[in-house]
Design a protein around this ligand. Structure first.
Ligand code: NDP
Length: 321
């Protein structure tokens, strides 16, 4: 089968491409600049790439850019979206590419005669940033969306971009009869295939470089599990709705301890910075990360947490490739 992965050179997408090629798919991979070796060399070296990887130039903001790529594909994995936590112009740098880009890709899918399912890489950012009470008794379920006004007031621009993009995606697919599953990972860690460090791995690099860590606890999940979850969400017919992907919620001091155990010779930071973020601490309370919206069989191959069959357990992602 032929499938499309948008933003294929990115951290998560590179692993999706690798696993799809391993499983025998022909992969149409979109990148903004196929002539940039930093963006494509690691993809071209993957097993199966010579025979079954096709690179396409496509930009989220260019209307119709994805039409010819998705035509002929059975499945589309839409991962492309800017991941940046510090920006000068949130509308231009984050919101337009996330929101208009997602609709642009979905419009191409709607025009296509071949696409059977879209898997959208959304985020926990689109789920839990709102003013609803959060404590261990509160169940975060598929009805939860982050609140755009809260995001604007709090200047959480990346969170806003993912929230607007996912909400618009559901509206569009419902109106246009497109089968979509959305995956909502927490912070993603694990080995890099691409040469440049991405935003969610940078905090771990900072710990390794001995930089004081923030007083924060957040959810984490391994990049290989996130990539496999995408493939399962596409392959398993009964998969539907929204799926939160989280292995566990940990404080940065615990991350530092894990790293120290794994790499005792590295100068892992043991200092906490004085700053803290109430928003991320709030997230620590959303400990009930549920597999939501789909039958539990939708993410086969992952271990069910014995304490709560709705919570999936993932292994933690600091092991070398
Ligand atoms: P990366 O920064 O590694 O990849 C992002 C990708 O988006 C890049 O391939 C980039 O292309 C592409 N992109 C950005 N802007 C545009 C544009 N205007 N047109 C076309 N492509 C564009 O990020 P991740 O792999 O970490 O994230 C991938 C997806 O997963 C995103 O949707 C993100 O929101 C989501 N996610 C990530 C999490 C994390 O912790 N990493 C957690 C939850 C969700 P180019 O290479 O050309 O720059």
């Amino acid at each position: 089968k032929v499938v499309c992965v948008t933003g294929a050179s990115g951290f998560i997408a590179s692993w999706i491409v690798k696993f799809l090629l391993q499983r025998g798919y022909t992969v149409r991979a979109t990148v903004r600049d196929p002539s940039n070796p930093k963006k494509v060399d690691h993809l071209l070296k993957l097993d199966g790439a010579k025979e079954r990887l096709q690179l396409f130039k496509a930009d989220l903001l260019e209307e119709g850019s994805f039409d010819s790529v998705v035509e002929g594909c059975d499945g589309v994995f839409h991962t492309a979206s800017p991941v940046r936590f510090v920006v000068n112009d949130p509308q231009v740098e984050l919101i337009d590419p996330a929101l208009k880009g997602t609709l642009n890709v979905l419009k191409s899918c709607a025009k296509s005669t071949s696409v059977k399912r879209v898997v959208l890489t959304s985020s926990n950012a689109a789920v839990s940033f709102n003013t609803r009470p959060k404590n261990p008794e509160v169940v975060v379920d598929e009805t939860w969306f982050s609140n755009p006004d809260f995001c604007r007031e709090s200047k959480l621009w990346y969170v806003l971009s993912k929230t607007l993009a996912e909400a618009a995606a559901w509206k569009f697919v419902n109106e246009n009869n497109i089968d979509m599953v959305s995956l909502n990972p927490t912070m993603v860690a694990g080995p890099l295939l691409q040469p440049e460090v991405n935003e969610s791995v940078e905090p771990i690099l900072n710990l390794i470089n001995g930089i004081p860590f923030p007083n924060k606890a957040i959810g984490w999940v391994n990049v290989k599990d996130v990539a496999n979850a995408h493939i399962h969400a596409y392959e398993i017919a009964s998969a539907s709705g929204r799926c939160l992907l989280a292995e566990r919620v940990v404080h940065y001091s615990e991350l530092a301890m894990i790293l120290r155990d794994l790499y005792p010779t590295l100068p892992i930071s043991d200092k906490q910075s004085t700053s803290s973020s109430k928003f991320v601490i709030l997230l620590a309370y959303t400990t009930l990360f549920h597999q939501i919206g789909a039958e539990p069989t939708c993410i086969q191959g992952m271990q069910l947490n014995p304490l709560n069959p709705l919570i999936y357990s993932y292994y933690f992602g600091f092991l070398p490739c």
